[in-house]
Design a protein around this ligand. Structure first.
Ligand code: NAD
Length: 346
């Protein structure tokens, strides 16, 4: 039996990190049939659009995908492929675990947090306008609906129950945004009451940032709206060792698409330099989603071993802040080969 997976390498460092993830996934011995489709800059050249319909059709058909990052030019230019994918496929739950992987020199050694971010509405709804013809002001609408709050909060509590997590924290800014924040808060409280087996609390987003830096061990699963979740997941990625190691999944009722938290890092594109672990661990999350727990465990163990040994690690893990010992940085492909070698020997 083999799994048919939609593979979207993306652009920037995307093709390099997805090739690394494919190598490691295949080292588990599981059979995959990859349906590879260009999105982002290469798709514009080929199809005239960064998100061709064939990508959406493939994901709808295969129901599961692995994606590399895609560049979103600031301001004008094409709209975000990432936001469009989440909205068009209704990938409403963006799940981003932040787990620290042993390393001297990291500020925190035992981070284990999960951000569950609503990914289809809020400030990323794409409803924007100018206040006048002179563009002297701009409006971005923060659309929050009861049904989507219910869906994401329920997802977070179900996730916490299924994964045997300790607690759920709802994050909002209901004190200032009385309508949008207030609605999320109200729904969060209603649903939390239905999960008496899971301890829960709430934080305002500004306080949450401070608390996460000061005492991250007090938190576990964090559920929040789109923009707050985007920001908090970069923060928790930083706590756990950096963007190079932060994976994610975009989960909907019909389709699940796994991708790293980091972007296309254009300044490193084509240099065989960046850390492939975030994409590899996105593959690990994909295996768990497929029910391939033993293979996922092998990948996690191999990644932990390679990072702990620090013989073959990319530049970000060889920086003085990350390690007390001097380490010569390896290439992306060398680190991926080392992880794949360990996986195949387990
Ligand atoms: P970025 O994540 O691409 O890079 C920021 C910095 O983080 C890099 O300069 C690098 O120092 C570090 N970094 C990122 N990935 C790394 C890795 N694998 N290993 C080691 N270090 C790594 O963020 P950015 O520069 O703000 O965004 C670049 C582009 O990516 C933008 O167009 C943005 O819109 C897009 N983006 C895409 C996604 C996605 O596809 N899901 C997510 C975030 C950003």
């Amino acid at each position: 039996m083999s799994y048919k997976i939609t593979l979207l390498p993306g652009d920037g460092v995307g093709p390099e990190v997805t090739a690394a993830a494919v190598k490691v996934l295949e080292a588990t011995g599981i059979k995959f049939e990859w349906e590879t489709i260009d999105i982002g800059e290469s798709a514009i050249k080929k199809h005239g659009t960064p998100l061709p319909d064939i990508a959406l059709e493939s994901l709808r058909r295969n129901k599961i995908g692995l994606k590399g990052p895609v560049t979103t030019p600031l301001g004008s230019g094409f709209r975000s492929v990432n936001v469009a994918l989440r909205q068009k496929l209704d990938l409403y739950a963006c799940v981003r675990p932040a787990r620290s992987i042993a390393g001297e020199g990291t500020r925190y050694k035992d981070i284990d947090l999960v951000i569950v971010r609503e990914a289809t509405e809020g400030l990323y709804s794409g409803v924007e306008s100018w206040t006048d013809e002179q563009k002297s002001g701009a409006i971005t609408e923060n659309i929050i609906t009861r049904s989507k709050c219910e869906r994401i909060v329920r997802y977070a509590f179900e996730y916490a129950r299924r994964e045997k997590r300790r607690k759920v924290t709802g994050v909002h800014k209901a004190n200032i945004m009385k309508f949008a924040g207030g609605l999320f808060q109200e729904v969060y409280r209603e649903i939390a009451k239905q999960y008496t087996d899971i301890p829960s609390d709430e934080r305002l987003v500004d306080n949450m940032c401070m608390q996460l830096v000061k005492k991250p061990e007090e938190y576990d699963v964090i559920v929040t709206t789109n923009l707050f979740g985007d920001i908090l997941s970069d923060l928790t990625a930083g706590l756990a060792g950096g963007l190079g190691m932060a994976p994610g999944g975009n989960i909907g009722e019909a389709v699940a698409l796994f991708e790293p938290v980091h972007g296309s890092a254009p300044k490193y594109a084509g240099q065989d330099k960046v850390n492939p672990v975030a994409e590899i661990l996105s593959g690990e999350l994909m295996l768990k989603h497929l029910g391939e727990k033993a293979a996922a465990e092998k990948i996690w163990k191999a990644v932990c071993e390679v990072i702990t040994e620090k013989k073959v690690v990319t530049y970000d893990l060889a920086l003085p802040g990350y390690t007390a010992r001097p380490v010569k940085p390896s290439k992306l492909s060398e680190m991926a080969n080392e992880i794949a070698r360990k996986v195949s020997e387990m």
